[in-house]
Design a protein around this ligand. Structure first.
Ligand code: ATP
Ligand code: MG
Length: 270
């Protein structure tokens, strides 16, 4: 039994703390690795900077991502431990709406871990899951970690790959292979964010439900209409807007010197 941490509902970071507890629970289940917990912390820091909400720029990227997945011949959703822990239901739902395959792809293929991740996806309703064990028999070039191992029915032949919480090396390798890569990454400066074809700078817990809704909204468009949406999208522009938003937000806050509205009885420490 794991002990439950009590999070007061009125706590200003209640939602973020609940998500942290979920990550710890999934680390104990062997789904998330310790370095995955650190990666999550890096994401949390960037979430402060964008204001812990889905920005207008992220919405543009989400729309383009939904269009890219829907018009693809072989769309694949690549799933690691953190993504499974935080968004298993939405991954399954998005796969249903867009016809994408689900493939487990891990930086650390520790014994039993692929199965643990697959189990979380199955509990969320996934039927077919690629990339498990011997099924990950193909390799993508130029990658040192276990992430080079892919399923020949999945990522190897995919034209569009959604990589929530990806590493920079693999994003670069997938783009070099000619694939359209959609990343979800809170850090607009990471190599993943910079290399990807479409970068959704948002927390996966907000981005995935929004992506499912967008795909449901666009699913009846023709391939031509979907490609028209894609042709108007510029990732450079969206990344610039996001970095500018952070700058403007921070200079606004710097002027006020305050971020949270503190309860009155805590007063001003000065
Ligand atoms: P890169 O390899 O792309 O240069 P990195 O080495 O800084 O990036 P990694 O540890 O490889 O980062 O991957 C973690 C990335 O995932 C971080 O950029 C972090 O911002 C992002 N991240 C972590 N948790 C979340 C989350 N919940 N939602 C969205 N992004 C997240
Ligand atoms: Mg990295």
């Amino acid at each position: 039994m794991t002990e439950k941490v009590h999070i007061p509902p009125g706590h200003p970071r209640a939602e973020s703390l609940r998500i942290r507890e979920r990550m710890v629970e999934y680390a104990r289940r062997g789904v998330v690795v310790l370095s995955g917990l650190i990666a999550h912390g890096r994401g949390e820091a960037f979430d402060y900077l964008i204001g812990e909400r889905t920005t207008e720029s992220a919405r543009k990227a989400i729309r383009a991502a939904a269009a890219a997945l829907l018009q693809a011949e072989h769309p694949v959703i690549s799933v690691n431990g953190n993504a499974a822990a935080l968004s298993a239901h939405e991954i399954v739902h998005l796969a249903e709406v867009t016809g994408a395959a689900i493939e487990v792809n891990l930086f650390h293929r520790l014994p039993g871990r692929e199965e643990a991740v697959a189990e979380v996806l199955r509990e969320a309703g996934a039927r077919e899951i690629l990339g498990i064990g011997e099924a990950a028999s193909a390799q993508i070039p130029e990658i040192q970690s276990d992430r080079r191992r892919v399923d020949p029915r999945g990522i190897l032949i995919a034209d569009v790959v959604l990589v929530p919480l990806e590493d920079g090396d693999r994003t670069e390798a997938l783009v070099k292979m000619g694939k359209t890569v959609i990343a979800i990454d809170l850090n607009p400066l990471s190599r993943t964010a910079q290399y990807a074809t479409i970068t959704i700078v948002d927390n996966i817990v907000r981005a995935m439900p929004a992506l499912v809704r967008e795909a449901e909204g666009l699913r009846h468009l023709s391939r031509e209409e979907l490609r028209e949406i894609l042709s108007k999208y510029s990732n450079r522009e969206v990344l610039s807007e996001t970095i500018r938003l952070i700058l403007e937000r921070l200079s606004g806050l710097a002027g006020k010197g305050i971020y949270l509205s503190l309860p009155k009885d805590m007063g001003d420490p000065c």
